[in-house]
Design a binder for this molecule. Structure first.
Ligand SMILES: *Cc1c(COP(=O)(O)O)cnc(C)c1O
Length: 400
Protein backbone atom coordinates (compact mmCIF):
# COMPACT_ATOMS: atom_id res chain seq x y z
CA UNK A 1 0.00 0.00 0.00
CA UNK A 2 1.20 3.46 -0.84
CA UNK A 3 1.08 6.21 1.71
CA UNK A 4 -0.01 9.80 1.62
CA UNK A 5 -0.04 12.17 -1.32
CA UNK A 6 3.53 13.41 -0.89
CA UNK A 7 4.93 9.89 -0.74
CA UNK A 8 3.10 8.94 -3.94
CA UNK A 9 4.37 12.09 -5.67
CA UNK A 10 7.94 11.37 -4.55
CA UNK A 11 7.76 7.82 -5.85
CA UNK A 12 6.33 9.06 -9.14
CA UNK A 13 9.17 11.55 -9.53
CA UNK A 14 11.67 8.79 -8.83
CA UNK A 15 10.20 6.16 -11.19
CA UNK A 16 8.35 7.85 -14.04
CA UNK A 17 10.15 9.46 -16.94
CA UNK A 18 9.97 13.17 -16.35
CA UNK A 19 8.06 14.32 -19.44
CA UNK A 20 5.46 16.29 -17.49
CA UNK A 21 5.63 19.00 -14.85
CA UNK A 22 2.67 17.67 -12.93
CA UNK A 23 0.36 19.47 -10.54
CA UNK A 24 1.03 18.39 -6.96
CA UNK A 25 -2.08 16.30 -6.49
CA UNK A 26 -3.01 12.61 -6.64
CA UNK A 27 -6.61 12.02 -7.63
CA UNK A 28 -8.23 8.96 -6.16
CA UNK A 29 -11.82 8.82 -7.38
CA UNK A 30 -14.56 10.83 -9.01
CA UNK A 31 -18.31 11.27 -8.81
CA UNK A 32 -20.32 13.31 -11.30
CA UNK A 33 -18.25 16.41 -12.03
CA UNK A 34 -16.21 16.18 -8.82
CA UNK A 35 -12.80 14.65 -8.23
CA UNK A 36 -11.38 13.61 -4.86
CA UNK A 37 -7.69 13.38 -4.02
CA UNK A 38 -6.14 10.67 -1.84
CA UNK A 39 -6.58 12.89 1.20
CA UNK A 40 -10.28 13.38 0.61
CA UNK A 41 -10.23 16.97 -0.71
CA UNK A 42 -13.00 17.67 -3.24
CA UNK A 43 -12.46 19.45 -6.56
CA UNK A 44 -14.83 20.76 -9.22
CA UNK A 45 -13.51 19.42 -12.52
CA UNK A 46 -13.38 21.71 -15.55
CA UNK A 47 -10.63 19.71 -17.23
CA UNK A 48 -12.26 16.27 -17.58
CA UNK A 49 -8.90 14.58 -18.10
CA UNK A 50 -8.37 17.00 -21.03
CA UNK A 51 -11.74 16.85 -22.76
CA UNK A 52 -12.09 13.11 -22.12
CA UNK A 53 -14.70 12.49 -19.40
CA UNK A 54 -17.74 13.72 -21.30
CA UNK A 55 -20.05 11.67 -19.07
CA UNK A 56 -18.36 12.84 -15.87
CA UNK A 57 -17.27 10.26 -13.33
CA UNK A 58 -18.90 7.08 -12.18
CA UNK A 59 -21.74 6.92 -14.72
CA UNK A 60 -23.43 3.68 -13.68
CA UNK A 61 -24.53 2.36 -17.08
CA UNK A 62 -21.10 3.07 -18.55
CA UNK A 63 -19.36 1.25 -15.69
CA UNK A 64 -21.78 -1.69 -15.83
CA UNK A 65 -21.25 -2.08 -19.58
CA UNK A 66 -17.46 -2.17 -19.14
CA UNK A 67 -17.67 -4.64 -16.27
CA UNK A 68 -19.96 -6.92 -18.27
CA UNK A 69 -17.55 -6.88 -21.21
CA UNK A 70 -14.59 -7.65 -18.93
CA UNK A 71 -16.46 -10.72 -17.71
CA UNK A 72 -17.07 -11.85 -21.29
CA UNK A 73 -13.99 -11.05 -23.37
CA UNK A 74 -11.57 -8.12 -23.50
CA UNK A 75 -9.48 -8.90 -26.55
CA UNK A 76 -9.38 -11.14 -29.60
CA UNK A 77 -7.10 -9.50 -32.26
CA UNK A 78 -8.19 -8.05 -35.56
CA UNK A 79 -7.77 -11.45 -37.24
CA UNK A 80 -11.30 -12.12 -35.99
CA UNK A 81 -14.59 -10.25 -35.92
CA UNK A 82 -16.06 -9.03 -32.65
CA UNK A 83 -19.60 -7.82 -32.07
CA UNK A 84 -18.92 -4.71 -29.91
CA UNK A 85 -16.60 -3.28 -32.60
CA UNK A 86 -19.15 -3.87 -35.35
CA UNK A 87 -21.79 -2.16 -33.26
CA UNK A 88 -19.46 0.75 -32.43
CA UNK A 89 -18.52 1.19 -36.09
CA UNK A 90 -22.20 1.35 -37.05
CA UNK A 91 -22.89 3.91 -34.34
CA UNK A 92 -19.94 6.09 -35.40
CA UNK A 93 -20.89 5.96 -39.07
CA UNK A 94 -24.33 7.17 -38.14
CA UNK A 95 -23.18 10.10 -36.03
CA UNK A 96 -20.28 11.23 -38.25
CA UNK A 97 -21.85 10.71 -41.67
CA UNK A 98 -18.68 8.83 -42.72
CA UNK A 99 -18.69 5.36 -44.30
CA UNK A 100 -15.68 3.39 -42.95
CA UNK A 101 -14.08 3.18 -39.53
CA UNK A 102 -10.65 2.12 -38.26
CA UNK A 103 -10.24 1.93 -34.47
CA UNK A 104 -7.00 2.98 -32.79
CA UNK A 105 -5.77 3.22 -29.20
CA UNK A 106 -5.13 6.96 -29.13
CA UNK A 107 -5.57 10.23 -30.92
CA UNK A 108 -2.04 10.27 -32.30
CA UNK A 109 -2.59 6.85 -33.85
CA UNK A 110 -5.81 8.04 -35.47
CA UNK A 111 -3.78 10.88 -37.00
CA UNK A 112 -1.10 8.43 -38.19
CA UNK A 113 -3.82 6.46 -39.93
CA UNK A 114 -5.22 9.59 -41.55
CA UNK A 115 -1.76 10.56 -42.86
CA UNK A 116 -1.19 7.07 -44.27
CA UNK A 117 -4.62 7.16 -45.92
CA UNK A 118 -3.83 10.52 -47.57
CA UNK A 119 -0.45 9.28 -48.79
CA UNK A 120 -1.89 6.08 -50.24
CA UNK A 121 -4.71 8.05 -51.88
CA UNK A 122 -2.18 10.30 -53.60
CA UNK A 123 0.02 7.36 -54.54
CA UNK A 124 -2.85 5.46 -56.18
CA UNK A 125 -3.91 8.58 -58.04
CA UNK A 126 -0.70 9.20 -59.98
CA UNK A 127 1.92 6.73 -58.77
CA UNK A 128 4.22 9.45 -57.48
CA UNK A 129 5.71 9.49 -53.99
CA UNK A 130 6.29 13.19 -53.43
CA UNK A 131 2.84 14.31 -52.33
CA UNK A 132 2.47 17.12 -49.85
CA UNK A 133 0.19 17.66 -46.88
CA UNK A 134 -0.76 21.15 -45.75
CA UNK A 135 -1.05 21.52 -41.97
CA UNK A 136 -1.62 24.61 -39.79
CA UNK A 137 0.59 26.76 -37.59
CA UNK A 138 -0.16 26.30 -33.86
CA UNK A 139 -1.98 23.04 -34.53
CA UNK A 140 -1.67 20.03 -32.28
CA UNK A 141 -2.12 16.48 -33.52
CA UNK A 142 -0.14 14.33 -31.09
CA UNK A 143 3.38 13.23 -30.19
CA UNK A 144 4.22 10.32 -32.49
CA UNK A 145 6.52 11.11 -35.42
CA UNK A 146 3.82 11.45 -38.07
CA UNK A 147 1.48 13.41 -35.82
CA UNK A 148 4.38 15.59 -34.66
CA UNK A 149 5.27 16.28 -38.30
CA UNK A 150 1.93 17.99 -38.89
CA UNK A 151 1.96 19.76 -35.50
CA UNK A 152 2.53 23.46 -36.13
CA UNK A 153 4.70 24.30 -33.14
CA UNK A 154 8.35 24.30 -34.09
CA UNK A 155 9.58 23.89 -30.52
CA UNK A 156 7.76 20.54 -30.26
CA UNK A 157 9.41 19.34 -33.50
CA UNK A 158 12.97 20.69 -33.45
CA UNK A 159 14.61 18.21 -31.05
CA UNK A 160 13.22 15.32 -33.08
CA UNK A 161 14.12 16.30 -36.63
CA UNK A 162 13.93 15.08 -39.30
CA UNK A 163 10.13 14.95 -39.49
CA UNK A 164 8.28 12.96 -42.14
CA UNK A 165 8.75 14.89 -45.37
CA UNK A 166 6.63 17.16 -47.53
CA UNK A 167 4.57 18.90 -44.86
CA UNK A 168 3.77 22.58 -45.45
CA UNK A 169 2.38 24.94 -42.82
CA UNK A 170 -0.33 27.50 -43.49
CA UNK A 171 -1.72 30.13 -41.13
CA UNK A 172 -4.95 29.07 -39.42
CA UNK A 173 -7.95 31.14 -40.51
CA UNK A 174 -5.96 32.67 -43.38
CA UNK A 175 -7.31 31.14 -46.57
CA UNK A 176 -4.80 32.97 -48.78
CA UNK A 177 -1.94 31.31 -46.90
CA UNK A 178 -3.47 27.92 -47.73
CA UNK A 179 -4.01 28.82 -51.38
CA UNK A 180 -0.37 29.90 -51.64
CA UNK A 181 0.75 26.38 -50.67
CA UNK A 182 -1.64 24.35 -52.80
CA UNK A 183 -0.11 22.76 -55.89
CA UNK A 184 -0.53 19.60 -57.98
CA UNK A 185 1.37 17.61 -55.34
CA UNK A 186 -1.00 18.48 -52.47
CA UNK A 187 -2.80 15.33 -51.31
CA UNK A 188 -4.44 16.55 -48.11
CA UNK A 189 -5.15 19.55 -45.89
CA UNK A 190 -5.32 18.74 -42.19
CA UNK A 191 -6.67 20.94 -39.41
CA UNK A 192 -8.55 20.96 -36.14
CA UNK A 193 -12.08 22.34 -36.61
CA UNK A 194 -11.43 24.19 -33.35
CA UNK A 195 -7.76 24.42 -32.38
CA UNK A 196 -7.51 23.10 -28.81
CA UNK A 197 -3.94 22.92 -27.53
CA UNK A 198 -3.07 26.00 -29.62
CA UNK A 199 -5.32 28.14 -27.40
CA UNK A 200 -8.97 27.44 -28.35
CA UNK A 201 -9.28 29.04 -31.77
CA UNK A 202 -12.42 28.10 -33.72
CA UNK A 203 -12.10 28.07 -37.50
CA UNK A 204 -13.99 30.87 -39.23
CA UNK A 205 -16.80 29.84 -41.54
CA UNK A 206 -15.11 31.42 -44.58
CA UNK A 207 -11.88 29.57 -43.81
CA UNK A 208 -13.41 26.10 -43.50
CA UNK A 209 -15.77 26.60 -46.44
CA UNK A 210 -12.89 27.96 -48.50
CA UNK A 211 -10.72 24.95 -47.72
CA UNK A 212 -13.57 22.59 -48.58
CA UNK A 213 -13.93 24.37 -51.94
CA UNK A 214 -10.21 24.06 -52.70
CA UNK A 215 -10.29 20.37 -51.78
CA UNK A 216 -13.30 19.74 -54.02
CA UNK A 217 -11.78 21.57 -56.99
CA UNK A 218 -8.41 19.83 -56.81
CA UNK A 219 -9.32 16.37 -55.43
CA UNK A 220 -7.47 17.09 -52.18
CA UNK A 221 -8.55 15.28 -49.00
CA UNK A 222 -9.86 17.38 -46.13
CA UNK A 223 -8.81 15.81 -42.83
CA UNK A 224 -10.58 17.30 -39.81
CA UNK A 225 -9.06 16.49 -36.43
CA UNK A 226 -12.01 16.38 -34.03
CA UNK A 227 -10.12 14.59 -31.28
CA UNK A 228 -10.66 17.45 -28.84
CA UNK A 229 -13.58 19.44 -30.23
CA UNK A 230 -15.66 16.45 -31.39
CA UNK A 231 -17.98 14.08 -29.52
CA UNK A 232 -20.47 16.74 -28.52
CA UNK A 233 -18.14 19.34 -27.06
CA UNK A 234 -19.09 22.08 -29.54
CA UNK A 235 -22.82 21.61 -28.97
CA UNK A 236 -23.04 19.51 -32.13
CA UNK A 237 -21.86 15.93 -32.22
CA UNK A 238 -18.95 17.15 -34.37
CA UNK A 239 -17.82 20.74 -34.70
CA UNK A 240 -17.83 20.57 -38.51
CA UNK A 241 -21.64 20.38 -38.33
CA UNK A 242 -21.60 23.98 -37.06
CA UNK A 243 -20.10 24.95 -40.42
CA UNK A 244 -22.08 22.66 -42.69
CA UNK A 245 -18.77 21.29 -43.97
CA UNK A 246 -18.10 17.57 -44.32
CA UNK A 247 -14.55 16.21 -44.16
CA UNK A 248 -13.18 13.31 -46.22
CA UNK A 249 -11.41 11.91 -43.19
CA UNK A 250 -12.13 12.61 -39.52
CA UNK A 251 -10.08 11.66 -36.47
CA UNK A 252 -11.58 10.98 -33.03
CA UNK A 253 -10.30 10.02 -29.57
CA UNK A 254 -10.50 11.72 -26.15
CA UNK A 255 -14.29 11.77 -25.43
CA UNK A 256 -14.85 8.72 -27.65
CA UNK A 257 -14.03 6.27 -24.85
CA UNK A 258 -14.59 8.58 -21.87
CA UNK A 259 -11.52 7.17 -20.10
CA UNK A 260 -10.90 3.92 -21.96
CA UNK A 261 -8.07 4.55 -24.45
CA UNK A 262 -9.71 4.42 -27.85
CA UNK A 263 -9.50 6.51 -31.00
CA UNK A 264 -10.68 6.16 -34.56
CA UNK A 265 -10.23 7.55 -38.04
CA UNK A 266 -13.17 7.49 -40.38
CA UNK A 267 -13.49 8.20 -44.07
CA UNK A 268 -15.94 8.38 -46.94
CA UNK A 269 -16.46 5.37 -49.19
CA UNK A 270 -14.66 7.18 -52.00
CA UNK A 271 -11.53 7.57 -49.89
CA UNK A 272 -11.79 4.01 -48.55
CA UNK A 273 -12.03 2.59 -52.07
CA UNK A 274 -8.93 4.50 -53.14
CA UNK A 275 -6.57 4.11 -50.19
CA UNK A 276 -5.78 1.52 -47.52
CA UNK A 277 -6.16 -2.15 -48.49
CA UNK A 278 -5.62 -5.41 -46.58
CA UNK A 279 -2.03 -5.41 -45.35
CA UNK A 280 -1.59 -1.62 -45.49
CA UNK A 281 -2.39 -0.87 -41.88
CA UNK A 282 -3.07 -2.67 -38.62
CA UNK A 283 -3.14 -2.65 -34.84
CA UNK A 284 -3.14 -5.36 -32.18
CA UNK A 285 -5.40 -3.68 -29.65
CA UNK A 286 -7.37 -1.25 -31.83
CA UNK A 287 -11.11 -1.87 -31.68
CA UNK A 288 -10.89 -4.72 -29.23
CA UNK A 289 -14.16 -5.76 -27.56
CA UNK A 290 -13.37 -3.91 -24.34
CA UNK A 291 -12.51 -0.59 -26.00
CA UNK A 292 -15.45 -0.95 -28.39
CA UNK A 293 -17.84 -1.60 -25.50
CA UNK A 294 -16.76 1.76 -24.07
CA UNK A 295 -17.59 3.48 -27.39
CA UNK A 296 -21.00 1.80 -27.39
CA UNK A 297 -21.71 2.78 -23.80
CA UNK A 298 -20.65 6.37 -24.56
CA UNK A 299 -22.82 6.75 -27.67
CA UNK A 300 -25.79 5.21 -25.84
CA UNK A 301 -25.39 7.55 -22.86
CA UNK A 302 -25.09 10.54 -25.19
CA UNK A 303 -28.55 9.80 -26.51
CA UNK A 304 -30.09 8.79 -23.24
CA UNK A 305 -28.82 11.83 -21.33
CA UNK A 306 -29.46 14.29 -24.20
CA UNK A 307 -25.87 15.42 -23.87
CA UNK A 308 -26.02 17.76 -26.87
CA UNK A 309 -28.98 19.68 -25.45
CA UNK A 310 -27.13 20.06 -22.17
CA UNK A 311 -23.99 21.34 -23.93
CA UNK A 312 -26.01 23.97 -25.82
CA UNK A 313 -27.91 25.06 -22.71
CA UNK A 314 -25.05 25.09 -20.19
CA UNK A 315 -22.60 26.28 -22.87
CA UNK A 316 -24.80 29.33 -23.45
CA UNK A 317 -24.80 30.08 -19.74
CA UNK A 318 -21.02 29.62 -19.60
CA UNK A 319 -20.58 32.03 -22.52
CA UNK A 320 -22.59 34.70 -20.67
CA UNK A 321 -20.74 34.23 -17.41
CA UNK A 322 -17.35 34.39 -19.17
CA UNK A 323 -18.39 37.58 -20.89
CA UNK A 324 -19.19 39.12 -17.51
CA UNK A 325 -15.89 37.86 -16.12
CA UNK A 326 -13.99 39.52 -18.96
CA UNK A 327 -15.71 42.85 -18.23
CA UNK A 328 -14.80 42.57 -14.55
CA UNK A 329 -11.13 41.60 -14.92
CA UNK A 330 -8.76 43.73 -16.99
CA UNK A 331 -6.22 40.86 -16.97
CA UNK A 332 -8.53 38.99 -19.38
CA UNK A 333 -7.69 39.81 -22.99
CA UNK A 334 -10.21 37.63 -24.76
CA UNK A 335 -12.59 34.72 -24.23
CA UNK A 336 -13.15 32.35 -27.14
CA UNK A 337 -15.07 29.17 -27.70
CA UNK A 338 -18.39 27.49 -28.23
CA UNK A 339 -20.43 24.84 -26.44
CA UNK A 340 -18.24 23.51 -23.64
CA UNK A 341 -14.82 24.28 -25.09
CA UNK A 342 -13.58 27.71 -24.03
CA UNK A 343 -10.33 29.58 -23.65
CA UNK A 344 -9.64 32.60 -21.48
CA UNK A 345 -6.62 34.50 -22.80
CA UNK A 346 -4.80 36.58 -20.20
CA UNK A 347 -2.69 39.69 -20.64
CA UNK A 348 1.05 39.37 -20.07
CA UNK A 349 1.05 40.40 -16.41
CA UNK A 350 -0.54 37.12 -15.36
CA UNK A 351 0.35 33.55 -16.33
CA UNK A 352 -2.36 30.99 -17.17
CA UNK A 353 -0.29 28.21 -15.62
CA UNK A 354 -0.14 30.12 -12.31
CA UNK A 355 -3.92 30.56 -12.40
CA UNK A 356 -4.29 26.78 -12.85
CA UNK A 357 -2.07 26.06 -9.83
CA UNK A 358 -3.89 28.57 -7.65
CA UNK A 359 -7.31 27.35 -8.85
CA UNK A 360 -6.37 23.81 -7.87
CA UNK A 361 -5.60 25.00 -4.34
CA UNK A 362 -9.06 26.57 -4.36
CA UNK A 363 -10.68 23.29 -5.42
CA UNK A 364 -11.05 23.84 -9.17
CA UNK A 365 -9.35 21.67 -11.78
CA UNK A 366 -8.46 23.61 -14.93
CA UNK A 367 -5.60 23.37 -17.41
CA UNK A 368 -3.91 25.84 -19.73
CA UNK A 369 -3.34 25.89 -23.46
CA UNK A 370 -0.62 27.68 -25.37
CA UNK A 371 -0.75 31.44 -25.84
CA UNK A 372 -1.34 32.17 -22.13
CA UNK A 373 -4.80 30.66 -22.26
CA UNK A 374 -6.83 29.00 -19.52
CA UNK A 375 -8.75 26.13 -21.08
CA UNK A 376 -12.23 25.09 -19.96
CA UNK A 377 -13.21 21.62 -21.21
CA UNK A 378 -15.49 20.27 -18.45
CA UNK A 379 -17.53 17.07 -18.44
CA UNK A 380 -20.48 17.58 -20.80
CA UNK A 381 -22.93 16.72 -18.00
CA UNK A 382 -22.16 19.85 -15.96
CA UNK A 383 -25.05 22.06 -14.85
CA UNK A 384 -25.51 25.82 -14.78
CA UNK A 385 -24.90 25.69 -11.02
CA UNK A 386 -21.53 24.04 -11.62
CA UNK A 387 -20.69 26.87 -14.02
CA UNK A 388 -21.63 29.45 -11.40
CA UNK A 389 -19.49 27.67 -8.83
CA UNK A 390 -16.56 27.56 -11.25
CA UNK A 391 -16.90 31.29 -11.94
CA UNK A 392 -16.95 31.98 -8.20
CA UNK A 393 -13.73 30.01 -7.61
CA UNK A 394 -12.08 31.57 -10.66
CA UNK A 395 -12.97 35.08 -9.45
CA UNK A 396 -11.49 34.36 -6.04
CA UNK A 397 -8.38 32.92 -7.73
CA UNK A 398 -7.93 35.94 -10.03
CA UNK A 399 -8.42 38.37 -7.13
CA UNK A 400 -5.62 36.60 -5.25
C1 LIG B 1 -5.12 15.26 -27.72
C2 LIG B 1 -5.10 15.52 -29.17
C3 LIG B 1 -4.43 14.66 -30.06
C4 LIG B 1 -3.58 13.51 -29.60
O1 LIG B 1 -4.31 12.53 -28.93
P1 LIG B 1 -3.53 11.46 -28.00
O2 LIG B 1 -4.60 10.54 -27.56
O3 LIG B 1 -2.91 12.25 -26.87
O4 LIG B 1 -2.50 10.82 -28.85
C5 LIG B 1 -4.55 14.92 -31.41
N1 LIG B 1 -5.27 15.96 -31.88
C6 LIG B 1 -5.92 16.79 -31.05
C7 LIG B 1 -6.74 17.91 -31.63
C8 LIG B 1 -5.85 16.61 -29.67
O5 LIG B 1 -6.47 17.47 -28.85
Amino acid sequence: MMGNMNEIINEAERDLLHTYNRFQVVFDHGEGVRLYDTEGKEYLDFCAGIAVHALGYSNKEYKDALKAQIDKLTHTSNYYYNEPAVKAAGALKKITGMDRVFFTNSGAEAIEGAIKTARKYGYLKDGSTDHEIIAMEHSFHGRTMGALSITGTQAYRDPFLPMIGNIRYAVYNDLESVKALVNEKTSAIVLETIQGEGGIHPATKEFLEGIRRICDEKDILLILDEIQCGMGRSGRMFAYELYGVKPDIVTLAKGLGCGVPVGAFLMTEKVAKNSLKAGDHGTTYGGNPFAASAVNAVTEQFEKLNILDNVVKVGGHLAERLDELKKEFSCIKEVRGTGLIWGIEFTEDIKATDVCKKALENGLVVVSASGNVLRLVPPLVISENDVDEMIKILKKTLKD
